[in-house]
Design a binder for this molecule. Sequence first.
Ligand code: KG4
Ligand code: ZN
Length: 345
Amino acid sequence: MKDSKTIILSIESSCDDTSAAVLGDGWLLSNVMASQEVHRQYGGVIPELASRAHQQNILPVVSEALRTSGVKMDEVDAIAFTRGPGLLGSLIVGTSFAKGLSLASGKPLVEVNHLQGHILSHFIKVPGREVSQPEFPFLALLVSGGHTQIVRVDDYLDFTVLGQTIDDAVGEAFDKCAKMLGLGYPGGPVIDRLAKEGDPRRFRFAKPSIPGLDFSFSGIKTSLLYFLRDSLKDDPRFIEKNKADLCASFQKDLIDILMRKIIRAAQVTGIRHIVAGGGVAANSGLRDALTAEGERRGWKVFLPELRFTTDNAAMIGIVGYYKYQKGLFCSLEAAPISRAADYQL
Ligand code: KG4
Ligand code: ZN
């Protein structure tokens, strides 16, 4: 397997998915994921339970990633791990495991910013699947459960945040809407599915007017809350009767907010290669809107494979690969960084 390739073993544990992957020269050799079902019954991720589940999952997940890749530990060149941002307890499990493995195997460590992983997921090469890659500079619309940003990317490791949310992330807005409608957690995929059956023009919610390229999602969430409260007073079965239209309308408004800003960013920078990344990049409405706008405006739009939208270790491995090439290793002292604001892109 070695054939003088650069082999990266990567570990992701920032939220509620434990994942490990092996990449050889940026080609995906394995990507194993253990999703945590335990949070579903609580309607959101419970940090303490997430850490415990990571501890149970991490050894089998890493072993399975190595086994299915056909790579032996002594053939690995470096261990990449998510240092942040994310839930502190979850990050501690992955970070500590990576350090232990590094000590035991003598392999160097590469720390990875999870958000860079979402953005660079477009450079993961999948055997048998030739796809074109974005050219620098490009704009990334980074949309996940914890973050919403527009990032200018000038090189593999050269990122500039042009705009970001001033309150909630867009994924959070999806999840909170689903909670209000009694649809369970995580909300994004359910809303996406129901929205396909509904009328997106049926309801309108208050849109924010935030200057520049920043976003806000807390107002629209409150607007939905008050609207539901008032409507339920008149008809206690309002949600039940209008579920699909509510999902379609709310999703459309969220997508409009995102599209307005990415269009502005493309105009301001003159950049025409646009990529989407993060869990919400799985949303079919957003994917359609980006594709349609791209055709209208002459953009080249890059949408990640669905399995690379939500958290996965392959995206951590691809960042690890580019950092390895530059000799950007980290020491055993590197502690997890929970907040995005404390961990520069
Ligand atoms: O990137 P991710 O897996 O975790 C974070 O880094 O936050 O994103 C998770 C988020 C959740 O809010 C989930 O509801 C949302 O991505 N999501 C979606 C869809 N699939 C996942 N949102 C809208 N439509 C989807 N199809
Ligand atoms: Zn993520």
